[in-house]
Design a protein around this ligand. Structure first.
Ligand code: PHE
Length: 339
């Protein structure tokens, strides 16, 4: 019997055939198993004589099968190694990863810079009522600034006309109405104006700053802006110029220019070969503070607002604002924002 199984094991050319032999010998009703079962029916003497032989047979067959199995598995591995060669010249399959949009990235940078200066982040709705967007900011109904803002109005009947906010300044109002002074907040977010060309898109991003306390001056405003712009543009040679200006919600008001110079044929922020405007700012108008229910004789401060997209364009040397919203991956890649 052992010789026959040896032959059958040797003849098995694959793992399936080998397993068939195992079942025929050692399976539930295999021949070796049957022999083992027959031990119970033998008388003691015969069993004493037969048992060692039958056990030896089982061991021999079990071992032969295991050895053959290892050999077949090795052969299979050799075959696969020989046939499944890796083609190292094949280009790797791309595994594109998403990345943070440049505008979001700049907003995160700004939030971080202002967090270091002790500013919290405030938010307000993008669909805003006319009162928060204009009236409370000292822009009454007949004020020409309303026309200047190219406002999108929301259709329908409401207690106040509803608009897509034209700036982040209504967040100043919501902050002062809903919290307790002193305040030190920034408000980054989307704003909307009906305007579109290379430097204007109907939706763009602003960041508002508001500081309200008891003895805040324009000196604090200037220091804050200088510190923020130096950190944002990562240069120490940032020069600021404050020009008297007019906003209904600040008095006095100042537009802030930053000095630029030409480096490697390109205009960059820093140095002082010329000026460009980057910010609107001023001391919060007492009427705005009063409209929020605070006493302007007790509380005062400054506010500023600037375009996030424009800051991003200046920092990264981009020239068309609309490209931010085209979703063109080649453009993203070119500016190092993708993959
Ligand atoms: N809200 C102004 C704008 O959109 C900017 C600004 C904010 C000016 C705060 C002064 C103070 O142009």
């Amino acid at each position: 019997l052992q010789a026959r199984f040896s032959e059958e094991i040797a003849a098995a050319t694959d793992l399936n055939a080998l397993d068939a032999v195992r079942v025929a010998a050692l399976g539930k009703s295999g021949e070796v198993t049957e022999l083992l079962k027959s031990l119970g029916k033998m008388d003691a003497d015969t069993r004493m004589a037969e048992a060692p032989k039958i056990h030896a047979l089982r061991e021999a067959v079990t071992e032969a099968i295991a050895t053959k199995k290892a050999a077949l598995e090795n052969a299979e591995l050799d075959r696969r190694l020989a046939t499944e060669r890796l083609d190292l010249s094949l280009p790797a399959r791309e595994n594109p990863k998403g990345s943070v949009h440049p505008v979001s990235q700049v907003m995160d940078e700004l939030a971080e810079i202002f967090a270091d200066l002790g500013f919290a982040v405030a938010e307000g709705p993008e669909i805003e009522d006319d009162w928060h967007n204009f009236t409370a900011l000292n822009i009454p109904e007949t004020h020409p600034a309303r026309a200047m803002h190219d406002t999108f109005y929301v259709a329908g009947e409401h207690e106040w006309p509803m608009v897509l906010r034209t700036h982040t300044s209504p967040v100043q109002i919501r902050t002062m109405q809903n919290g307790k002074p002193p305040f030190r907040v920034i408000a980054p977010g989307r704003v909307y104006r009906s305007d579109s060309d290379a430097t204007h898109t109907p939706m763009f991003h602003q960041i508002e700053g508001l500081v309200i306390d008891k003895a805040i001056t324009m000196g604090h405003l200037k220091w804050t802006l200088e510190t923020f712009l130096k950190a944002f543009f990562e240069r120490d040679d940032i020069v600021l110029r404050m020009r008297p200006s007019y906003f209904p919600f600040t008095e006095p008001s100042a537009e802030v220019d930053v000095g630029w110079s030409i480096e490697k044929g390109r205009r960059v922020v820093g140095g002082c070969e010329g000026w460009m405007e980057v910010l609107g700012s001023g001391m919060v108008h007492p009427r705005v503070i009063a409209a929020c229910g605070l006493d302007p004789n007790e509380w005062q401060g400054f506010a500023f607002g600037t375009g996030v997209d424009r800051l991003a364009m200046l920092k990264y040397g981009m020239d068309d604002l609309r490209a931010f919203f085209d979703g063109d991956l080649r453009w993203m890649k070119h500016y190092g924002f993708s993959f």
